[in-house]
Design a protein around this ligand. Sequence first.
Ligand code: NDP
Length: 403
Amino acid sequence: MANLLIIGAGGVGSVVSHKCAQAAKESGAFDKIVLASRTLARCRAIAGSVKERLGVDLEIAEVDAENVPQLCELIRRAKSDLVCNVALPYQDLHIMDACLECGANYLDTANYEPLDTAKFEYKWQWAYDDRFREAGLTALLGSGFDPGVTNVFAAWVVKHELDEVNVLDIIDCNAGNHGQAFATNFNPEINIREVTARGRYWEHGQWVETDPLSWSMDYDFPDGIGKKKCYLMYHEELESLALHLPGLVRARFWMTFSDSYINHLKVLGNVGMTRIDPVKFHGQEIVPIQFLAALLPDPASLGPLTKGRTCIGDRLEGLKDGSKKIFYIYNICDHEACYREVGSQAISYTTGVPAMIGAKMIAEGKWKKPGVWNMEQFDPDPFMHDLNIYGLPWKCVAVDEKN
Ligand code: NDP
């Protein structure tokens, strides 16, 4: 059992809180659960929903996750063994510093990004490896869906189906519709920084760059979802998977976007609204993307509006006993079913459930090893087992070479 501190009461934080309460109730994985965030009212609303749906009490607290002494005071007061960071990537290093100072294990769902550069790299967090090892603490990076489950899917296929993976395509499809002209399914600032960054994929031992959203393909998704246009993007799990998957020749990441989303983004980019550098406006500095984020719908508000399904998975080509084999491993998640269960849409749900399972793996000692780790570095089996139990069932199918 662990005393768990969840930081960040947004769309993902709400799902993590509900699912951790469920795991505490059903398996006793967590003892005390504290939810802390910048705005106490948001924590209170989530704790109310958890109590109503599951009958579990959460403690709540206000914290500025960029203030290490404040974080330490909270971790010590709550006697937290494990901190689940589902605030924003800008806070990752502060929270890791606080965990080291107070002797708590750490988990997040997105890698650190400096505020002034939209750059997704693990180097800042990997640099903490020695300190976590020396402290005997575990830090688990990227325990969402992508990164997260996509890494574990790859590790599972390598463990059970292939001797080596030569070609990996991670394909993220949101076939849902929220009826809004333009809205993002998770934090708008982080989402737009990610989507407007240059594309990048791994081939023959090096990174190849592409212009943002300049490459696309049609992919035929299973279970009636059908053909959708997917755009090549850089995504952070490619960096760790390129290091950790044996025999990898090419790794790419693709995401579906509607024409309306792409058109809005183009216009917003053309007029400078997605800029991340400060500009002077009426004598004060504003960052256009932050102003834009303040105008867009709160992702948490999309829950009751979103219909349809997501389908996120890995297509892996490789060798088994010298013969070429291809597998597609995926999960399908229904927006409305998520809303009925925890009051959130499927993007928050598919991130929050794996964050809870990662925390449970650490709490149960199944994924507990001093150091800083990516998801594919642990045994995938217990995590894959829990995906089926906690709402993200998966399928792995052999693919005909023509597909
Ligand atoms: P939201 O914007 O909905 O929530 C973020 C929460 O963090 C808000 O409640 C916010 O507080 C809080 N917060 C921000 N800054 C601070 C601070 N300094 N101190 C304390 N709390 C703070 O984002 P999401 O829930 O959509 O996303 C959460 C994380 O999940 C992000 O890092 C995102 O990148 C990641 N993610 C990962 C995915 C994956 O598959 N791996 C997919 C989707 C998201 P306030 O309410 O006061 O603004």
